[in-house]
Design a protein around this ligand. Sequence first.
Ligand code: NOJ
Length: 721
Amino acid sequence: MDIRKLLADMTLEEKLGQLTQLNAIFFKKDNTVDITGPVSRLGIAEEEALLSGSTLNFIGAKDMKEIQDIALAHQPHKIPLLFMQDVIHGYRTIYPIPLGMGCTFDEELVEECARMSGKEAAVSGVHVTFSPMLDLVRDARWGRVMESTGEDPHLNGRLGAAFVRGYQGDDLTGKYDIAACVKHFAAYGAPEAGRDYNAVEMSEHTLRETYLPGYRACIDAGVEMIMPSFNTVGGVPSTCNRLLLDRILRKEWQFDGIVISDYNAYREMIKHGVAEDDKHAAELAINAGCDIEMMSATTYLHAKELLDEGKITMEQIDRAVLRVLDLKDRLGLFENPYRAASEDEEKALHLCPAHRDLACRAAEEASVLLKNEGVLPFDKSVRKVAVIGPFAKEQGIKGFWACAGRDEDCVTVLSGIRALLPDAEVATVRGCSWELGETEVPDLEEAIELSSEADAVVLCLGEYQQHTGEGNSRATLTLSPAQMKLAEAVIKHNKNTAAVIFGGRPLVLTDLAQIVPAMLYVWQPGTEGGNAVANLLFGEVNPSGKLSMTFPYAEGQCPIYYSHMHTGRPVKRPKTVYEGGYSSRYLDVPVAPLYAFGHGLSYTTYAYDQLILSDEVMTPAAPLEIGVTVTNTGTRAGKETVQLYIRDKVASVARPVLELKDFAKLELAPGESAAVIFTLTEEDLAFHTADGTFAAERGEFEVFVGPNSEELLQATFRFEK
Ligand code: NOJ
């Protein structure tokens, strides 16, 4: 398609339509009642809504084709609609929430899962997914931490790029390739007090150093689109933030893909108090560099006036429209507006065994064994198992943003265990509800009876899926009094108890950790959750997940993360309370978290021998190699994520106590050893220096390798240039 010729032939209204994205409800022919309301609120006529160039929030191939037909019938130049959707961790087959995927430290697995969900989405008519979400998350109070792969820029960047490769394939020409949209640019994960949509205050240094690299990694991986965030950064909403959208994104990073606003974000600039009205909002967003306006029509309604007044230019409009047409063209929509949408393929692919198997494997790899005092794995030949707690039979374990996923597709812990142990007697009781702040345990007596009689007890606790996600921040992160009461009673009557904990964020598990012998954190594991949990508990699979986000000891520590700065008055023993006056302590809790970044146990053990450096001195021309041999010293095969960190000892600006620079996931049979050789280059040591350049400074560095951010082997080297 000659898109420039097409552009030259389009009216201004048609062009503005391409820059407007409306909910699918606006196109549904049988939905006139619903249409009248929202359309009038947008201020446009029904016919005008049908000129819009893209849509979101539709489900399924049938819907898609119907909507595409309606749009095509109204488009003077028969320009097909782009269909976008939040395909975040699966489409119909749901794999664990992205925070769980972060704990896999497995780029191949992430890519495979993204590919699988892209395929399911493509046959349902999706062309673009609003994923990956690359907001760095360090405050568990924020409900949307579940959408991110975690707290570390290096890990997020590598996994973000894997998501992009998985969705987009090589060049979007594959039948099942869909375009990716990285979000939310920028720093949406650092809202004040962990409250959603709240202001973000940080220096440009920290922004560039820590919060931007994840998005950048996706740009480098060729992501097609980017979404500015709802929040203000330094007082300026991202939607009109010229530093972010123009200087950094377009000029420095040379991004020439589509910038799409978040839902109604143009109009929210009025609430932020930086736009006077709709017209002003459109002017601000267009001049900052936004192309598509999601779910409002300020551009459509006011661009003509803004053009006449010289406040925006026709070049800006044309450039944005060309970007949209170009993506449609490369997706092949002008030749085939339905693209891969097919009801038959939906039936064949959605929830097919291969996809369920992959979702199960992902749920196994995402789960983190936080604690184990020899209880797990349970013996598969147990006679009586008690599965107790609000999540024992709960199917609502797919997590927030599960797109077309349904609770009824999800395998519960109870069904997973029953399927794995057909000969055992598996009894269950709910105990109490998962409501926040619940105090009543209606089934306490029955829970005590079942646990007293059982050979093994599985205690299913945690946080419900709707208690995280967008708009769901929490100020308390502990288990409810009812869940704790239930846990205490059950553990008192049976020491052979393991807690399986569901959650969309790191919960505060300090009290539970003191009484329960074993804790397996399974996040919101998705469709195959119960099967994965059963496999892990009974030793069919060896846990290997490592935390990609720190677990606080208490909410008051938030935000908390491993890669923090030094203080001038550090606490000597961070794991204890009341250490030394006038130090950077709390009077009532330790400064160390309950579980550190990178932590995760296994049913086997690993030994790390000493680090071997290729040299004592590193130069730009001679990268440094760091070798370590890891041995599986236990009796089971397992996977181990070997982590490499650095510390820049003296620099022109303070550097974090530790920074993850590389990792490798090994698979080792009992007794097997493997050598890992990491390479550090000048770029790995570079940072935004005091004089504003991005460079590595000469001097002494420490390098660390180990199984988590706390138990590390250490060596030193010098960087010279
Ligand atoms: C609002 C959310 O912030 C964003 O992540 C999402 O992609 C859009 N709504 C569209 O659903």
